[in-house]
Ligand binder design. Structure first.
Ligand SMILES: *Cc1c(COP(=O)(O)O)cnc(C)c1O
Length: 430
């Protein structure tokens, strides 16, 4: 039995093993579908932790990895380089022309660590003391120490509070359909930012934000105009800005980057990961401008960025990422994203009639809502019914969200909502 062997030896992430259900053993996957040992199908409505964008086991990406593996699987990335990384850097800077340099890492947390370290050392290298970071309440930026510090209020890190860097958190104006307190909340949040910048602006290395959507703390969404106003104010105050687009990147919010919705205002750094390889291999990048890069140039090593990982810019991962970008062209993925986004907004409208849910919100291909009208017991039942019926939906607390791979058909999406609505309705009446 694979499950008992798993339970004997494996400690899973974000899992309380004392009460967790047995994990489902997945043996293969195709398109939006996962298949377990018995052949049962699960529609992957959360893109396997938000990484899978083109569908599982996509042949174009599989082929690219295979070809690259036969040519060059890996080489250290200091003192050496390779064509897949060079081509990928060019392709990413084409997508994000506000930037000129790409720093490779191998997961989202380290991409944000690198942005924080670059921002801090940028000032340090110029003999300027700016030791503060500012972030948003509810933000999530990864699980390493720097990332935990700027994500302290995400709800995951209480045991570590005493060890974390001191970060200031500003209110995040979370909004939803029919929210009539939005203007007030935005105004208060921007006022808090103004106040912060006035008192601490010249001690602050950088501000970090998840543009448009805070993912892991519960799919909290804000208007693009809010993120834009934040970047404008920081720029004016001389504070560097970091957009954590690890979840929002590669089309998730309807545009290739969430920051593409900010009327031409781009932050100083953008972190990308998750969808970058189509969900095949770990890879991440931190993009920055030459003006940042140049502050690290010097005849001595002391000003260099002393950061790197064994698997930095792994050629297989770079080949997968290049193939993923090729799919965007070949399969007109942006059109699929538009169609899914439109369908999500139609479903959002239908959900309004369901009385046990609240705060329906949508940004591009992501739709989320809070299940507020079920007992704890029935909410647990709901989660079990969903998975048993062959839908991979994993709520964050009581927030249910659907964040599908872009290959999901509108019919599959429709059927999923029918079932979700059914189950919630049945359980509300119990
Ligand atoms: C997932 C995520 C991270 C962390 O990425 P990992 O690859 O899991 O380390 C950071 N920021 C955001 C916004 C994320 O969604």
């Amino acid at each position: 039995m694979l499950v008992s062997r798993d339970k004997k030896n494996i400690w899973h992430p974000f899992t309380q093993h004392y009460i967790a259900d047995n994990p489902i053993v997945i043996t293969r996957a195709k398109g939006a579908s996962l298949f377990d040992e018995s052949g049962k199908e699960y529609i992957d409505l959360v893109s396997s932790w938000w990484v899978n964008i083109h569908g599982h086991a996509h042949p174009t990406i599989a082929q690219a990895i295979s070809e690259q593996a036969h040519k060059l699987e890996h080489v250290m990335f200091a003192g050496f380089t390779h064509e897949p990384a060079i081509r990928l850097a060019e392709a990413l800077l084409d997508i994000a022309p506000a930037y000129q340099k790409v720093f490779f890492t191998d997961n989202g947390s380290t991409a944000t660590e690198v942005a924080l370290k670059m921002a801090y050392q940028y000032w340090h290298n110029q003999g300027i003391k700016r030791q503060r970071f500012v972030a948003f309440e509810g933000a999530y930026h990864g699980d390493t120490f720097g990332a935990m510090a700027v994500g302290k209020t995400s709800g995951y890190y209480a045991p570590f509070f005493d060890l974390l860097l001191d970060v200031t958190f500003l209110p995040f104006p979370s909004t939803w359909l029919g929210d009539d307190t939005l203007e007030e909340k935005e105004e208060a949040a921007l006022k808090a930012l103004d106040q912060y910048l006035k008192t601490h602006g010249d001690e602050t290395a950088a501000l970090i934000i998840e543009p448009l959507v805070q993912g892991a703390s519960g799919m909290n969404m804000c208007r693009p105009s809010f993120t834009e106003a934040v970047f404008r104010k920081c720029k004016k105050a001389g504070v560097l800005t970091i957009a954590d687009e690890i979840m929002t990147g590669f089309g998730r919010t309807g545009t290739l980057l969430a920051c593409d919705q900010l009327n031409g205002i781009y932050p100083d750094f953008i972190c990308l990961s998750k969808g970058i390889t189509g969900g095949f291999l770990p890879l991440a990048v931190t993009l920055c401008r030459n003006s940042i890069y140049e502050a690290f140039l010097d005849a001595t090593y002391a000003k260099a960025l002393t950061h790197g990982h064994s698997y930095t810019a792994n050629p297989l991962a770079c080949a997968a990422a290049l193939a993923g970008l090729e799919i965007f062209e070949k399969e007109q993925t942006l059109d699929k994203i538009s169609a899914l986004s439109l369908a999500q907004s139609q479903h959002a409208n239908k959900l309004k009639n369901l009385k046990s849910i609240s705060r329906i919100r949508q940004q591009g291909t992501i739709l989320a809502f809070d299940v507020t009208g079920l007992s704890t017991q029935n909410f647990h039942k709901f989660k079990q019914m969903v998975i048993e019926s062959g839908l991979n939906i994993r709520p964050l607390g009581t927030t249910v969200y659907i964040l599908p791979p872009y290959c999901l058909t509108l019919e599959q999406l429709h059927q999923a909502y029918d079932r979700v609505i059914d189950y919630i309705s049945i359980l509300s009446e119990e």
